[in-house]
Ligand binder design. Structure first.
Ligand SMILES: Nc1nc2c(ncn2[C@@H]2O[C@H](COP(=O)(O)OP(=O)(O)OP(=O)(O)O)[C@@H](O)[C@H]2O)c(=O)[nH]1
Ligand SMILES: [Mg+2]
Length: 358
């Protein structure tokens, strides 16, 4: 079991008591707490550990890299058992379900078993107020609509309670390849590891036993970023998004062109050179801040200047390429332009995608 903890001292004793009632005492069972607490949670765990018939250890992290998601990943990387169960420490996830989670996986051959609030018999009462219910429902629907195939069999992709086979995690290459942002570790695991078979078990998401919730609006925003990152992790989708951002750059380009030609009387060719830069800056902001937000490799001004240089080089390369296609290969101007545009776009995308961002 991998249990992330952040100031959960008041829950540990009861949690471990319920785990020990649920699981048969055996050598194969072990509980690893990955702790980022500023209270005495690790001390409480160590004290309780001596009383239990299975191994309980705590890994306290001096620097809480990656928050909850980072903690779970570190726990998974440190464990070597065939099944890994991830659960919260606040008893919203009933430990009584533990044996059945793994038994279900063994029985069905599933690589992942998700404890679900949203499948027949499950409930999400512990979410508390209407607002949390709405946010949880909306984020589940959003995730499912972005990954309809992968999440077809998963009714609760936001669940923090699941059992996963070790070999499935290994399929992602190494655990360092898994970089969940914020709370939604399961989503990261499903998208990156692609389980061949998944099972679900209904459960009642209870109320927090003690202590305070750490989920915040900031976590919600991180979740949206995480979704975006997962969705754009395939090159074709990134190319599509890159193209869409490029198209949206027409707006500032045309707006600036209009202002310069109508208000300053600048010649339209000079105005377009300037307006083009406005479009490029617009593109840069979206590419840099949204699409490649987590893939930055160079400093801001290096990225910006390289991006703009690449985009301007685009024009310089495209015209001779068109001439070559028309005069050299006998194409008419329209297909020649289409080919030149596509080639130069692909080249620019690859330069940005492979060199400017990692
Ligand atoms: N190691 C680690 N654990 C964390 C961190 N943030 C939260 N946790 C743990 O992750 C689990 C889930 O956090 P909760 O605050 O219960 O989040 P939640 O269940 O979405 O919110 P509530 O429904 O209000 O309880 C708990 O066991 C927390 O102690 C963190 O930054 N590091
Ligand atoms: Mg909780």
């Amino acid at each position: 079991m991998v249990i992330p903890t952040f100031n959960e001292a008041a829950n540990i004793t009861e949690l471990l008591r319920r785990i020990s009632t649920a699981v048969p005492p055996c050598e194969e069972t072990s509980v690893l707490f990955v702790d980022d607490s500023t209270d005495d949670t690790p001390e409480v765990i160590e004290k309780e550990a001596t009383r239990l018939p299975f191994k309980v250890s705590v890994h306290h992290r001096a620097t809480p890299a990656g928050g909850l998601g980072g903690a779970v990943m570190e726990g998974i990387a440190r464990s070597d058992s065939r099944w890994i169960v991830v659960m919260d420490a606040d008893l919203q996830h009933p430990p009584a379900l533990l044996p059945e989670l793994i038994a279900t996986g063994e029985r069905t051959g599933a690589e992942l078993v998700v404890a679900s609030r949203y499948t027949g018999g499950g409930s999400h009462g512990g979410l508390g107020n209407r607002y949390r219910v709405l946010v949880s429902g909306a984020s589940t629907a959003l995730a499912k609509s972005l990954f309809p195939k992968l999440l077809r069999e998963v009714s609760d992709p936001m669940s923090g309670y699941f059992a996963i086979r070790r070999h499935l995690v290994d399929r992602a290459g190494h655990t360092g390849a898994l970089r969940p942002l914020g709370y939604k570790i399961l989503l990261e695991l499903i998208v990156r590891c692609r389980p061949r078979a998944t099972a679900e078990m209904a459960y009642d998401f209870g109320v927090r036993h003690a202590g305070e919730s750490k989920s915040t609006i900031r976590e919600g925003l991180r979740f949206l970023r995480h979704l975006l990152r997962l969705r754009t992790s395939g090159t074709p989708i990134r190319a599509l998004a890159f193209g869409a951002i490029g198209l949206s750059g027409f707006l500032p380009n045309l707006a600036v062109l209009w202002v310069l030609t109508h208000r300053t009387g600048l010649h339209y060719t000079a105005a377009e050179v300037i307006a083009n830069q406005a479009g490029l800056l617009w593109n840069f902001v979206f590419v840099d801040r949204v699409l490649y937000r987590d893939r930055k490799r160079f400093r801001t001004h290096t990225r910006m200047l390289s991006f703009i240089a690449l985009a301007n080089a685009d024009l310089v390369v495209r015209i001779p390429l068109m001439v070559l296609l028309v005069a050299g290969m006998g194409l008419t101007p329209v297909p020649a332009t289409a080919i030149a545009l596509s080639l130069v776009f692909a080249l620019r995308f690859l330069c940005v995608d492979r060199f400017l961002y990692s």
